[in-house]
Design a protein around this ligand. Structure first.
Ligand SMILES: Cc1cc2nc3c(=O)[nH]c(=O)nc-3n(C[C@H](O)[C@H](O)[C@H](O)COP(=O)(O)OP(=O)(O)OC[C@H]3O[C@@H](n4cnc5c(N)ncnc54)[C@H](O)[C@@H]3O)c2cc1C
Length: 399
């Protein structure tokens, strides 16, 4: 029987395209299926997301030949991160110099990373990207799987990889349960110019009633991320620019001088997801379909890159030994190597969010203690910082 594709990837978001890039230079025949149109994935528009990339992610993007395609003039190094708790003097400060690394990470516009991923995939002759096509279901047979499209057509493949977002329909259809956490909050993000320099310092302010973050971009500009309860989000989105500028300038206590909105305001409802298992017969989940993180620890795409790298490495090994790339043992190993960290990050992040967004007096006391403890106990700070930056080597060359 003819099996036309070794792998069918569902979804050409950052995770699906990263995995496709990992297959460049192999003989593995890949079909990427994306429901949106070609323009939206080949020429994605600014979406307000600045992605904080860890050192591990940077190494993976370089290995994939993607990093050089990102416009470096739009990439900003992150040298320091400060976490504030309301108006209390408690503060947690991560500095790159404290942890023997040159920078904590790099901030790159999401649309730039997506564009670079597509450009790389487009160069490959073993990968076909099919747009405006929707996968409706997947059916397992012993030596292959059938992928059913919404238009009624069917394709056979040895392995299906679902990268179809945190709301993955295919995950549900394959029968993989997931834990979904609705935070009932909305993130409003936009680019703002300001008078004073940010000195490449990220700020996270857990104010009472809202969370405010600042991610340093190139020049005197930052991505401002305001998280509020769902019922308050529309008012923030509808606010005039004059009022919005005044509010954000005041929320940062004038520290950056006058702040002026220079990008569009985008909003993202906050829903976290963790799949109970990442695999089924001839089937694997990657990206947000496997674990969709709360963005506060900036780990969603970083974990997506890591997961696809683990799976791709195992697949390349299997190919080099003439083994089945959809075997149970390979998929089990992928899950084993990835799921423990994602669980830790997912539940750890949700715990941080629960602690820092609960304004009950006792919780305020607890978080002040936690911040003080972490700030004054270097091993804890070192551990958190190393975990968040994924910096295993001591020195990193500038990109
Ligand atoms: C405000 C914000 C800030 C963030 N900041 C960071 C950060 O600093 N660092 C970080 O690492 N992460 C960050 N993230 C998370 C990161 O953006 C996501 O983890 C990442 O985009 C997920 O990529 P994905 O490919 O898994 O899913 P998606 O981007 O959701 O892509 C899924 C794709 O699948 C397609 N699709 C769905 N169903 C089907 C189907 N049935 N058939 C065909 N195609 C289908 C969709 O059209 C879509 O293109 C942030 C997220 C937000 C909202």
């Amino acid at each position: 029987m003819q099996i036309p594709y070794d792998i069918v990837i569902i979804g050409a978001g950052p995770a699906g395209l990263s995995f496709a890039c990992s297959m460049i230079g192999t003989d593995v025949k890949v079909l990427v299926v994306e429901k949106s149109n070609l323009e939206s994935i080949s020429n994605p528009q600014a979406d307000g997301r600045e992605i904080a990339l860890t050192h591990l992610s940077l190494r993976i993007l370089k290995k994939l030949g993607v990093w050089d395609l990102v416009d470096h003039a739009q990439v900003s190094p992150l040298k320091e991160a400060k976490v504030f708790d309301g108006n209390s003097p408690s503060l947690l400060n991560f500095k790159s110099e404290d942890s023997s690394i040159e920078v904590l990470g790099y901030l790159a516009p999401n649309y730039q990373v997506r564009k670079a991923l597509y450009q790389r995939v487009e160069q490959a002759d073993n990968i076909i990207v099919m747009t405006e096509a929707m996968v409706d279901n997947v059916e397992y047979h012993k030596t292959y799987s059938d992928v059913f499209f919404a238009d009624g057509s069917v394709v056979k493949t040895k392995l299906v990889i679902a990268a179809d977002s945190r709301f993955s329909n295919i995950r549900r259809k394959v029968g993989i349960p997931s834990l979904m956490k609705d935070f009932s909050k909305v993130m409003v993000v936009t680019k703002m110019e300001h008078e004073n320099s940010h000195n490449n310092i990220a700020l996270e302010c857990f104010d009472y009633g809202q969370t405010l973050a600042l991610l340093p971009m190139v020049g005197n500009a930052s991505s401002v991320v305001l998280t509020v309860s769902t019922d308050k989000s529309q008012a923030i989105l509808d606010m005039s620019e004059v009022d919005f500028n005044a509010k954000i300038t005041q929320d940062f206590k004038g520290g950056l001088g006058q702040m002026t909105q220079s990008g569009e305001r985008h909003s993202y409802p906050l829903v976290g997801v963790h799949a109970q298992t990442f695999i089924a017969d001839r089937f694997a989940l990657i990206g947000d379909a496997a674990v969709g993180m709360h963005p506060v620890t900036a780990h969603g795409f970083n974990l997506g890159l890591r997961g696809q790298d683990i799976l791709a490495t195992l697949i390349k090994e299997a190919v080099s030994h003439g083994q089945d790339i959809g075997s149970k043992s390979l998929l089990k190993l992928f899950e084993k190597k990835h799921i423990h960290l994602t669980r830790l990050m997912f539940f750890g992040t949700n715990g941080i969010v629960a602690l820092f967004t609960n304004d009950a007096p006792v919780m305020k006391q607890v978080r002040r203690f936690v911040l003080k403890f972490a700030e004054h106990f270097p091993p804890v700070k070192y551990l958190i910082s190393n975990h968040l930056t994924e910096a295993k080597q001591n020195k990193f060359p500038p990109f």
